[in-house]
Design a protein around this ligand. Sequence first.
Ligand SMILES: [Zn+2]
Ligand SMILES: [Zn+2]
Length: 139
Amino acid sequence: MFGYAFTCSACDFEFHTGWSHHLAGQSLLCGVCATHYLAGEGASPWGAVAGERLQLLRWHYVKRRKRHELRATGISLLVSKAPPPDTPAGVFYLLGESLRDVACQSCGTSGSIVETLTGRDACPKCKAGRIKEPHQVIY
Ligand SMILES: [Zn+2]
Ligand SMILES: [Zn+2]
C-alpha cells in the first residue's frame, strides 16, 4: 500500500496518508486541529472494498500507558467506488465523500477531517510552520 508522509517545517507534526495494513485502516486527519483518526475495523487488513463500512476511530494519548490508543467515535464511513480523479496510483483515498458531513470530535469543525494535505500550506498543528513537499511511503 502507498501513501504520502507530510511533515512541518517548524514543529514535529507528521501525517501519513493512505491505507496501512499494520494499522488495518486508512489514516485521516483533522485539517483544522491536527487530531489524528483511523478508518478501520473493516473485513480485511489489506484494504476496504466499495460499499463496505469502516468505523471512524480517534487516536487518544493515554498518559498512564504513555502511548496513543484508538477509541471508537460511533461514526461509520461508507467506502466509495473510486478515489477522486487526482489521486496518485495505488493510494487509498476512498472516504472523501463520506467525510464531508462528519464533524471533528476534538474541535467540532464540520467537514474538516481529510485524507490528504496536498495543496495546503499552513501546518494544522502549530499554525506557524509550512507543510513540506510530501514523500511517498510504502507500508
Ligand atoms: Zn479538529
Ligand atoms: Zn507545525
